[in-house]
Design a protein around this ligand. Structure first.
Ligand code: SAM
Length: 321
């Protein structure tokens, strides 16, 4: 069922259809993702209890008579392994704990004081990855959450989790930040966490968010920042080995970008250094992580000699002229 049909007046349906079709053709139905697609069609008929309130999102079986067969259990663990790396989480599905690279509850806990009233609101989580933040936010009873994520593995991770979580008002859409104006004055709240430094044109993205927000719309931006008082941005060749960090704004630069984009700043955080407790290699995310991105002799610096990552949150409201 396409629950966005209900909102057709606020969505450029033609463009959404093009984006969905492209994503389906390029990934969902492509041979490289065949294994994931097949798995996404398997039914797991168990009675489960979900817990989205704690740091670890948990899915527990409640009816012993409906336990999964060992064949299905091994299909499930195999799929979890195939879908690694799990960047955000953690999750516990029955007896298996998915240890993600990021212990995302640190970010969620920092965000808590920035979360506005979400009851009956329409919410976007841009770059929502496998949905961890959308799932946690659903506790605040929003009407709808769109987990907007273009990464195919993240999509299949989201589908796997939703097989058990079954949270009906959270949907995945393969819409990139730079296409967000296909939603016209639609969202009450946009979360944009860990995305803006990956944007080649951050002002364009903010403008897209502006158009996608309704009259009283709120944006919550979370990002790594360049720790400096001036309203400037670092434009690194690589940052922590990442080749796609185009601009690292200072907090004052980010606020300036928001003002230029017609937002009013309502609240901001202090800076939070990333710790090894928050980001690290795990059995379900075995690639390089924070320990490989910092200077071995001086962990206050990245491998490139910039300061180690510090994160910042700002909340702003759409101004209407
Ligand atoms: C650094 S991760 C942040 C994940 C999560 N939001 C968090 O804060 O932990 C960036 C996410 O943005 C997604 N992404 C990449 N390009 C994007 C784009 N153009 N628009 C929206 N999301 C994008 C990536 O696939 C990835 O899931």
């Amino acid at each position: 069922m396409d629950i966005l049909k209900e909102y057709k007046d606020f969505i450029d349906q033609k463009s959404l259809k093009v984006l969905r079709t492209e994503f389906k053709k390029k990934y969902i139905l492509s041979q490289s993702f065949e294994e994931f697609y097949k798995f996404s069609k398997i039914k797991f008929d168990i009675s489960s209890k979900i817990n989205i309130e704690d740091d670890v999102i948990k899915i527990e079986s409640i009816d012993n008579s409906k336990k999964l067969s060992s064949k299905k259990l091994s299909l499930l663990t195999n799929q979890i392994h195939l879908l690694s790396p799990w960047r955000i989480g953690p999750y516990k599905i029955l007896d298996y704990t998915i240890e993600s690279e990021w212990n995302s509850f640190y970010k969620f806990n920092r965000l808590k004081e920035f979360i506005p009233d979400l009851k009956n609101k329409i919410v976007a989580d841009i770059g929502g990855n496998n949905g961890y933040f959308s799932f946690r936010l659903s506790k605040f009873n929003p009407k709808l959450i769109i987990n907007a994520e273009p990464g195919p593995k993240n999509y299949f991770q989201f589908k796997l989790l939703q097989k058990f979580l079954k949270i009906e008002n959270i949907v995945h859409e393969p819409v990139k930040a730079e296409n967000f104006s296909i939603f016209n004055k639609f969202f009450d709240v946009i979360f944009c966490l860990g995305v803006i430094y990956h944007q080649r044109n951050p002002l364009l993205m903010l403008n897209e968010c502006y158009k996608a927000l309704n009259k009283n719309g709120i944006i919550i931006l979370e990002t790594i920042v360049y720790d400096n008082k001036e309203p400037i941005a670092l434009c690194p060749k690589t940052y922590q080995k990442m080749r796609n960090v185009w601009f690292l704004p200072t907090p004052s630069c980010l606020k300036r970008w928001l003002e230029i984009s017609n937002f009013e700043i309502l609240k901001e955080s202090t800076l939070f250094p990333t710790t090894f407790n928050e980001q690290h290699k795990t059995k379900d995310a075995t690639f390089e992580s924070l320990e490989d991105f910092l200077d071995k002799d001086n962990p206050r610096l990245t491998i490139e000699g910039y300061h180690a990552p510090k994160r910042y949150i700002v909340l702003a409201k759409k101004k209407v002229n």
